[in-house]
Design a protein around this ligand. Structure first.
Ligand code: NDP
Length: 255
């Protein structure tokens, strides 16, 4: 069997709902065998039952804040799948309602950093053994415009700091993994109508998932370490995705 016809496997954290669920659906449409990872096996299985007709899909329990859960998911999947072509670190929280950078307490900062930033790092570390079984594999960190240097807001303190850290981790992981041909990207899905984004958001989960699907299938190894979002309306047809910064979050300071 030539490489062209070999199966491709993808794992999506927080794949049970919202943007993660749409990413699972989009990757199935591109021919991937998809693993839906969710905090509880029940949630993952419910999502799988909704996607069964879209392609090959399986469920795994994975709480990204718990190393035992991460390791057990890795052990389980190592028996089930031969390799991982794509890992999407999508799971995240936004618990900043009613606090700002002057009032947020350490516990909330820790919880948000632990989930949004350190969770992605620990999951990536754990799944390196499967990602390395492919000639070129990809890690996609679902970040946010709130993690850009110019997007930081005093009203979303834990969220902004955690996504800023995730963008930094993307650069560091990309540097560390370049020699092993594992590309690491960060992306912003835009403002999306989900439990997190709320009912007023203008984008559908499918629109929010589009950049992740593009990164999983079309982005180049040389683009590793960069941060992507949809190109602005009116951009040339070939420029579907814009790289906001050469290096994530770095822009000449305006002060
Ligand atoms: P949702 O709240 O709809 O979904 C979040 C997902 O993350 C859920 O599956 C949730 O699981 C999971 N999750 C949270 N904590 C953990 C954990 N400890 N372990 C495993 N899974 C966990 O949010 P969205 O779909 O909107 O967000 C997806 C990603 O997109 C996030 O990283 C978010 O920061 C980012 N994003 C979203 C934007 C938006 O406008 N919606 C804008 C910019 C970025 P459970 O069901 O168990 O809670």
């Amino acid at each position: 069997m030539t490489a062209k016809f070999q199966k491709k496997f993808a794992l999506v954290t927080g794949g049970n709902k919202g943007i993660g669920f749409a990413i699972c659906k989009g990757l199935l449409a591109k021919g991937f065998e998809v693993v839906v990872a969710a905090r509880s096996l029940e949630k993952a299985q419910t999502a799988v039952s909704k996607l069964e007709n879209d392609g090959a899909i399986r469920a795994v329990e994975l709480d990204i804040t718990n190393d035992d859960s991460i390791n057990s998911a890795r052990r389980h999947l190592s028996q089930e799948i031969p390799q991982l072509n794509v890992l999407v670190n999508n799971a995240g929280i936004y618990p900043d309602e009613g606090v700002n950078i002057l009032t947020i307490l350490r516990d909330l900062l820790t919880q948000t950093m632990n989930t949004n930033a350190f969770g992605a790092v620990r999951v990536t570390q754990a799944f390196l053994s499967l990602l390395q079984k492919v000639q070129v594999s990809r890690v996609i960190n679902v970040s946010s415009g709130f993690g850009e240097i110019n997007g930081l807001s005093a009203e979303e303190p834990g969220y902004c700091l955690s996504k800023l850290a995730l963008n930094g981790a993307t650069i560091m992981l990309a540097d560390a993994l370049r020699g092993r041909k594992i590309a690491v990207y960060a992306m912003c899905p835009g403002w999306v109508k989900t439990d997190m984004g709320g009912a007023s958001a203008p984008r559908t989960p499918e629109q929010g998932a589009d950049t992740a699907i593009w990164l999983a299938t079309e982005a180049l190894l040389q683009q590793s370490g960069k941060y992507f979002r949809d190109a602005p309306k009116g951009a040339a047809k070939g420029d579907r995705k814009e790289i906001s910064y050469q290096k994530i979050g770095y822009k000449t300071p305006s002060f």
